[in-house]
Ligand binder design. Structure first.
Ligand code: HEM
Ligand code: HEM
Length: 147
């Protein structure tokens, strides 16, 4: 029996191969989380400006720079290099980068409020570890097929 033509169009939409989907998922995750961090970071900036209390400025700065800027750059990289995005190490990298935002930003905020600095220390170690993973991925990408 012939496949139905027309209708609402969903059946005729181009289908991604399963491998393509997993590669795109990583950069999509980076873009969506980057936008979410930007929204939270900007809301924090507006709150600081409105209250004239800039105590949490470093937390705001690093949320925007690690969350929005760096995560956005990772998304662009994985979009440009699907071969790299399909490697298991890339998923570890994005997981580490995500965890480091979740740990470093509250850690920096706590440190600025004069509370315990332990979370900032753990967060900064996670941040540098995730960048080391990205460094390894970046230098090894030209050598893999379909980069
Ligand atoms: C709605 C958007 C934003 C508002 C209202 C806002 C507001 C602010 C305010 C009030 C400060 C404190 C300034 C001071 O203490 O001198 C600040 C600092 C800062 N913001 Fe934003 N911000 C916004 C978005 C962003 C974005 C998107 C980024 C980065 C991509 C960013 C990066 C920074 C940095 C790096 C600092 C620290 C600057 C320094 O210490 O000299 N901000 N922001
Ligand atoms: C391991 C990760 C990082 C640690 C532990 C760290 C730590 C710090 C510290 C202690 C300051 C001084 C804050 C103050 O004066 O109160 C600072 C400032 C700054 N950092 Fe970072 N940083 C990290 C990553 C980054 C990254 C990845 C970026 C940019 C993409 C960045 C951009 C800045 C900027 C623009 C400032 C000046 C704004 C400010 O004083 O808030 N940092 N950082």
């Amino acid at each position: 029996m012939a496949a139905p033509v027309g209708g609402r169009g969903a059946a005729n939409a181009p289908k991604l191969k399963p491998m393509d989907t997993s590669m795109r998922t990583l950069s999509y995750f980076c873009f969506v989380s980057a936008a979410l961090y930007a929204l939270i970071g900007m809301a924090m900036g507006i709150f600081m400006a409105a209250s004239h209390d800039h105590t949490l400025s470093p937390a705001h700065a690093h949320l925007n720079l690690l969350g929005w800027v760096s995560m956005g750059i990772f998304g662009l990289f994985y979009q440009a290099a699907p071969g790299a995005a399909s490697r298991r190490i890339a998923k570890y990298h994005v997981a580490f980068a995500t965890l480091s935002v979740w740990l470093l930003i509250p850690g920096v905020a706590m440190a600025n409020l004069g509370m315990n600095e332990g979370l900032a220390v753990i967060g900064s170690l996670m941040t540098i570890a995730s960048m080391a993973l990205f460094f390894f991925i970046a230098i090894s990408t030209p050598r893999i097929a379909n980069a």
